[in-house]
Design a protein around this ligand. Structure first.
Ligand SMILES: [Zn+2]
Length: 298
């Protein structure tokens, strides 16, 4: 009985005799791989993976592990772009990235996700905040039970249309980080994670739409203050907190760079700033790393 390997050799030689070798060579080379750019192979929890598939006229699909990637057309219309968020709770380890295009062999890459540790800082209540009625218990309870619940109703809506056609921009002309993403703010038995970045902004600074989209939420809340949410489509949202003024009403479409609001000091703050967050399909991502990952030209 012939082993599978030997049988394969016989069949190969047989085909080689039946057809000229050049034909065999041509048949092998038609299954080329798609031209794919992957922003990084080593990522951490809360990072963003950008996948660009170039010069594919037909549809492109893909997966990272078991999670499907939703591709959209870039502004130049010849590239397919996929934005993949690595959730904070993603299990560290190796995941297979697979990209399928119409007439090419599937492209496979290994993506490693590492655990990300965040520093623990104090949950600060100034005498002025105490005077306004803020207590640690009240802040944590209102954020978890009311404000996040209201926001999550909006953030879990999946809009199948992509408003995005180009890389994201920063929401302020000048970027100076006053509190980084991810710190765990703690006071006695209470703790809350800072799922956004605080950017220096005197009251009245123009807040810019990070990309094209639709304003889907505007509300004044006790801790987040005046909050605006922009839906960019395909489950990608940007959030702007502690605003002093909304320049554009809910339901309106906006273009990247539009001055959609003015920054402020509303809600639970120790001073004026802009809190900026990014959510992708319900997962909170590090916003500045998100913008950096999307800024490869497409
Ligand atoms: Zn903040």
């Amino acid at each position: 009985m012939l082993s599978k390997k030997v049988l394969f050799l016989f069949v190969s030689i047989g085909l080689g005799l039946a057809f000229p070798c050049m034909v065999c060579f041509a048949a092998q080379t038609t299954m080329q791989l798609p031209d794919v750019y992957v922003s990084a192979n080593n990522l951490s929890q809360s990072d963003t993976l950008l996948v660009i598939v170039k010069n594919e006229p037909g549809r492109v699909t893909g997966k990272l592990g078991l999670v499907p990637i939703r591709f959209f057309r870039s502004e130049n219309n010849s590239d397919w772009v996929g934005i993949v968020g690595i959730p904070l709770g993603k299990k560290p380890g190796d995941y297979k990235l697979v990209i399928h295009s119409l007439d090419k062999a599937p492209l496979m890459e290994n993506i490693t996700v590492a655990k990300r540790n965040f520093p623990v800082t104090d949950l600060v209540i100034t005498p002025q905040l105490l005077q306004k009625g803020y207590t640690v218990k009240k802040i944590v309870s209102t954020i978890e039970n009311k404000e996040n619940k209201l926001l999550n109703k909006v953030l879990h809506i999946f809009t199948p249309k992509a408003y995005i056609t180009k890389p994201f921009i920063y929401p302020l002309l000048k970027i100076n980080v006053v509190a980084p993403y991810g710190d765990i703010r703690k006071s006695k038995n209470y703790s809350i994670q800072h799922l956004g970045v605080d950017l220096e902004a005197p009251v009245g600074t123009a807040v810019l739409a990070a990309n094209d989209g639709k304003i889907v939420f505007e509300r004044n809340m006790p801790d987040y203050g005046n909050t605006m949410v922009i839906d960019h489509g395909l489950g990608v949202y940007s959030l702007y907190l502690h605003l002093s003024h909304f320049n554009i009403t809910t339901g309106r479409l906006v273009k990247q760079g539009d001055a959609v609001a003015l920054s402020g000091d509303t809600g639970y703050v120790t001073g004026p700033h802009l809190h900026f967050s990014i959510k992708v399909r319900g997962a909170s991502l590090d916003p500045l790393k998100f913008i950096a990952a999307t800024q490869t030209p497409w």
